[in-house]
Design a protein. Structure first.
Length: 551
């Protein structure tokens, strides 16, 4: 206690003499916007709203349309050397903290207390690699984690300039002992206030205007808007720059209902500044310069950020070979939960084999937070007297505000249980379309044919088995000519700069004669342009139809 009192006394003396940091003291990197500092003690609601609008103007790379500020395109997979940030000094009660936000998406990276010879950056755990030499704060940054740590939801959080000053003062005067639960709770609450009063207030004019009032709390709708800022930005940037009050917002019906928005004009009115999707590196593989990125600012987004799940593989199932698997695998994004696999009664599977996924049934957004949730069990039947065994229970959690996120590359994550484990292979694709695949038996050997074999979807990052039926008695699937082969999966995420290859090896099973080849080969589909191709066999052919969906 004595140490803390002495530290606080020293901080008061030093910070009072130091005052608000000057631009030369903050020393931003060459491409960062000039630093600024504000005195929260002298700020009223009008000055706060003017600060937000001034910052939007400084941060914007362009406007599209004229009424909407747009951030520069995001740096894909940023590092400490490539991240673009800006610093803002917050002065209150004789103390000054400098907060660092990522300039292309407004994520809070870190803060430091000014007034010392070598002030130390305190980084949100996920942002540590982007702020060299920083000390990680306890916990990480996702809304769900901070809300749990603070023991309150965002709509329950008191905001306004008084709360803003209180949060800045708390961060300036507390060391955040990670072992002290009360301090962890107060820290999480202060960080939530900081993010609401800066990041979210900059992103949404409707929120900035709302929290300027003392004691304000965001509404449930505002919380939904915050979660979907990336998707709302993409929908607006897809819109016509010469819009009218009745021009529709280009989004799917579920999104429109969730946002309570219908028109492009209404969306522009609530936004303060729009997020611009990442641009791919140039032909040389080097990242674009800031000037080149600004030239591309405001370009109509191509595709969406989507989740692709390639497989869920059983590593161990209670030491059995095979085991009897049952349970569920789901994916949850801002629109809700979609089933990837659900099985009860159990399904026989060996270690090293993939769970026969049947979903998703719709695109799963990667713009916001999502999870892939496994609840897998091994069924023990008579004469085994033991209860069912937990194989894999847990989640893959994706936080879009984690600066260490890697896009357009495969990720593997093991989910364990008390008696086994499973591995998930997935990717988050920045510029992707949804492909809805259909395979039609255009010509068969019989009518109906007893179809068996495999249909596989292949992209640069992985393979997905769409149809897998053994050529054995009582296991084939009857299909008539001009009918669809029943695929277990049909909805896929494909990058715009990739190709979707459909590989079909299908036969008509015959009990007393050799099987007849219906399709044997593959065809590649370019996103948007290729929609129908034929794969032939010696005794038949199939038509492969691909519907490309952007929204």
């Amino acid at each position: 206690m004595l140490v803390r009192c002495l530290w606080l006394a020293l901080a008061v003396l030093v910070s009072t003499a130091h005052g608000i940091p000057t631009p030369s003291e903050l020393q931003p990197r060459g491409e960062k916007i000039p630093p600024r500092s504000v005195n929260l003690d002298e700020m009223d609601a009008d000055a706060y709203k003017k600060l937000l609008e001034d910052l939007r103007g400084e941060l914007e790379a362009c406007r599209r349309p004229v009424a909407l500020h747009v951030l520069p395109p995001q740096t894909p997979n940023p590092t400490a050397a490539t991240v673009d940030w800006f610093d803002l000094g917050l002065h209150t009660g004789g103390f000054t903290i400098t907060v660092r936000l990522q300039a292309d998406n407004l994520y809070l990276l870190a803060y430091r207390v000014e007034g010392f010879a070598n002030p130390e950056w305190r980084a949100l755990a996920d942002a540590g690699p982007l702020v060299p030499g920083s000390r990680a704060l306890p916990g990480g940054f996702t809304y769900s984690r901070l809300e749990t740590q603070a023991d309150l939801r965002r709509p329950e959080l008191p905001l306004g300039l008084g709360a803003f000053r209180g949060a800045a003062s708390y961060l300036a005067t507390h060391l955040q002992d990670p072992r002290n639960q009360d301090e962890k709770k107060a820290l999480a609450k202060s960080l939530l206030v900081l993010v609401q009063m800066l990041s979210e207030a900059l992103r949404f004019r409707v929120i900035g205007d709302h929290v300027a009032a003392e004691g304000a709390q965001i509404t449930e709708r505002m919380a939904r808007l915050e979660n979907d800022w990336a998707d709302i930005s993409e929908a607006v940037l897809r819109g016509d720059t010469t819009y009218t009050d009745s021009t529709p917002l280009l989004a799917n019906e579920n999104q429109l209902q969730k946002w309570e928005l219908r028109t492009l004009a209404a969306a522009i009115a609530i936004l303060g500044i729009a997020l611009q999707p990442s641009l791919k590196p140039g032909p040389s593989g080097r990242l674009m310069t800031m000037a080149a990125r600004e030239d591309q600012c405001g370009a109509t987004p191509q595709g969406r950020t989507l989740l692709a799940v390639y497989f869920v593989r059983i590593n161990d199932i209670d030491g059995e070979d095979p085991g009897d698997l049952y349970g569920s695998i789901t994916a949850t994004d801002a629109l809700g939960t979609d089933t990837l696999w659900k099985q009860d009664p159990s399904y026989s599977i060996k270690p090293g084999q993939d769970v026969p996924l049947t979903g998703p049934s719709r695109p799963i957004s990667g713009s916001g937070a999502f999870s892939i949730d496994l609840d897998l069990w091994d069924h023990d039947a008579f004469p085994d007297p033991s209860p069912d065994d937990q194989v894999a229970v847990g989640s893959v959690q994706w936080n879009p505000e984690d600066p260490s996120n890697q896009y357009d590359t495969t990720h593997y994550q093991q989910i364990s249980g008390e008696h086994g484990s499973a591995s998930v292979q997935y990717a988050v694709l920045r510029r992707a379309l949804t492909a809805r695949v259909q395979v039609i038996l255009a010509k068969g050997d019989e009518n109906p044919d007893d179809v068996c074999g495999t249909v596989t979807a292949i992209t640069r990052l992985g393979k997905v088995l769409l149809f897998d039926v053994p050529c054995e008695k009582d296991k084939t699937t009857p299909v008539k000519e001009n009918e669809a082969v029943p695929l277990r999966r049909s909805v896929l995420a494909v990058s715009l700069d990739d190709r979707l290859t459909i590989e079909a090896h299908l036969w008509d099973w015959d009990q007393f004669s050799p099987n007849d080849e219906l399709a044997n080969g593959s065809e590649a589909f370019a996103p948007k342009s290729d929609t129908k191709k034929t794969i032939s066999g010696s005794s038949g052919r199939v038509d492969v139809n691909v519907e490309w969906i952007e929204l």
